[in-house]
Design a protein around this ligand. Structure first.
Ligand code: FES
Ligand SMILES: [Fe+2]
Length: 358
């Protein structure tokens, strides 16, 4: 299993950024044990609807607060207001992580009786955490998508693709990977380019596609404008068979092991969408999932590409890797990396960078 140090990415094992940790509908007042970034957490929804992510292990005697099925604390409901009780001795912790009640004790609550509370948001049908090895405030805004709130767009339900033993570097490589599009997806790419701007890495491409075809079995020209918003997820605006937006998120569970989700937001031909529109949006998401599974099939079975034996027409892999390094190093060093990827665009020799006339 490849480690972050093998790729010489920087001083942190896990990068800073916004990362998906659950589908919003999975989070209820029954706490959920989750594990990411090599750490255990308790994730729950308070009675106000607020989503809370706390470190899992109680400061009293180390109990995992979200892994118990038999304590009467759990039986009677662990979540009170937006607070949660530990199953062992019923200490109660607020959404800020601070202990706010020790039911059997008449002295003061010790200052150290506290769990780390993480910055989480509920957006686009998912829960995202801001993860930051330096422990700083978010460097950029939380994920959002205006189409999510537009009634003409059919909201996605996530495909939970499970865990994959693959360092996230190998997934990020995809943003620059022009040369896999024809062999893996059957694309006939007519133009391709990349841009790197701050925390965004963008790929523009378009052409026919063998996996994503219309009802007549023929693919129109499909164009995608795909943006990694930091290291954790991409949104890809797809045009050609109507309008849609792909989501792909990957979050490290352990070093070299990621959890992966996929989804597709589809613009209906009318507002409000009909049952038939919803059914065809679901079918389109499934076709897109199958296209993504073609990448998965490779990632799940390859050895790590610590060094890429790059040829000129591969796409700017090494630039994308430099862009990715900014998240594995202190924020103060960010511009060192960005300066190395600041050309207006990166193109493929001999291939147009845009469709003629655009
Ligand atoms: S271990 Fe949590 S209250 Fe005692
Ligand atoms: Fe791909």
């Amino acid at each position: 299993m490849a480690r972050t140090a093998d790729y010489k990415l920087g001083e942190y094992v896990f990068p800073r950024g916004w990362f998906m940790i659950a589908e919003a509908s999975e989070v209820t007042d029954k706490p959920k044990a989750v594990r990411y970034f090599g750490q255990d957490f308790a994730l729950y929804r308070g009675k106000s609807g607020r989503v809370v992510l706390l470190d899992a292990y109680c400061p009293h005697m180390g109990t995992h607060i979200a892994r118990n099925d038999s304590s009467y604390v759990v039986h009677d409901g662990q979540v009170e207001g937006d607070s949660i009780r530990c199953p062992y001795h019923a200490w109660r912790f607020g959404p800020d992580g601070k202990c706010n009640e020790i039911p059997y004790n008449n002295g003061p609550i010790p200052k150290a009786a506290s769990l780390k509370s993480w910055t989480v948001v509920e957006r686009i049908g998912a829960i995202f955490v801001w993860f930051d090895p330096e422990g700083l405030e978010p460097e950029w805004e939380a994920p959002s998508l205006p189409e999510w709130d537009d009634p003409q767009w059919i909201r996605w339900k996530f495909d939970h693709l499970g865990s994959l033993v693959c360092h996230p570097q190998e997934v990020i490589d995809n943003i620059a990977d022009y040369s896999h599009l024809a062999p893996v997806h059957g694309s006939t790419v007519q133009y391709f380019r990349n841009e790197f701007k701050g925390h965004l890495a963008v790929q523009y491409q378009g052409g026919g596609h063998r996996t994503l075809v219309g009802e007549n079995g023929v693919s129109p020209i499909l164009t995608t404008d795909t943006t990694y918003h930091g290291p954790g997820f991409l949104l890809s605006k797809m045009f050609g068979m109507g309008e849609s937006i792909i989501f792909i998120g990957h979050t490290s569970i352990e070093e070299g092991v990621i959890q992966v989700w996929h989804a597709l937001l589809v613009k209906a031909p009318q507002t409000p969408p009909t049952e038939k529109d919803i059914a065809s949006a679901r079918a389109y998401q499934e076709a897109d999932r199958i296209a993504f599974a073609q990448d998965f099939d490779v990632w799940g079975n390859k050895r790590p590409a610590i060094n890429i034996l790059q040829v000129p027409c591969d796409g700017p892999f090494h630039k994308a890797r430099i862009w990715y390094k900014q998240f594995y190093n202190p924020r103060a060093r960010r511009d060192e990396f960005l300066k190395q990827v600041d050309a207006p665009e990166y193109t493929i020799p001999g291939l147009p960078s845009r469709l003629p006339g655009t």
